[in-house]
Design a protein around this ligand. Sequence first.
Ligand code: HEM
Ligand code: HEM
Length: 133
Amino acid sequence: MHGVARNFFTLAILYAICGMALGLHMSITHDHSQMPVHAHAMVAGWLMSAVFAFFYHLMPAAAASRLAAVHFWLTAVSGVALIVGLYFLLAGKAAVEPVVATASMAFYAGILLFAGIAFSAMRKPVGVQTVSR
Ligand code: HEM
Ligand code: HEM
């Protein structure tokens, strides 16, 4: 794996390590109040980042575009801000709500950007999609 694909897979693994540690903490303490943080870290973090990693691995032409790098940084920064912000919000720090709201919208902008990248890549002939790197 190279470039954006490797970045997304690295991010996915970090989400899995942190999200499962939180799941274990919730289980051990019998305190499930951070369940939404765990759920989003695991599914929106680990699983979605892994899907993006495999997409860019299979579509090297899309991965090489500048938009793919924008997609990675937008998704990584907003996703981490969303999940860390949500942790503090659920811990009672109401002041972080604007951070969580802004990060949520930026994360959504990331999926819209990905939709554009993916639809454009899918329209290209197969030979163009599978250029080896
Ligand atoms: C060390 C492994 C894990 C532990 C100890 C753990 C623990 C937990 C706990 C305690 C809950 C709260 C259940 C409740 O309050 O109803 C939960 C919910 C959840 N977990 Fe995990 N989990 C683990 C791994 C995973 C993985 C690998 C995924 C997904 C890839 C995942 C996805 C979810 C989701 C989506 C929920 C929310 C379920 C719902 O909405 O009811 N978890 N987990
Ligand atoms: C813009 C980003 C997102 C926002 C603002 C958001 C918001 C929410 C909210 C408000 C809930 C209900 C939480 C509760 O009742 O305690 C929820 C639950 C859930 N969301 Fe999201 N979500 C987002 C993205 C995603 C994505 C991308 C995924 C998966 C790929 C996802 C998976 C889940 C799951 C599995 C639950 C149920 C677990 C739970 O109740 O905590 N979400 N989300």
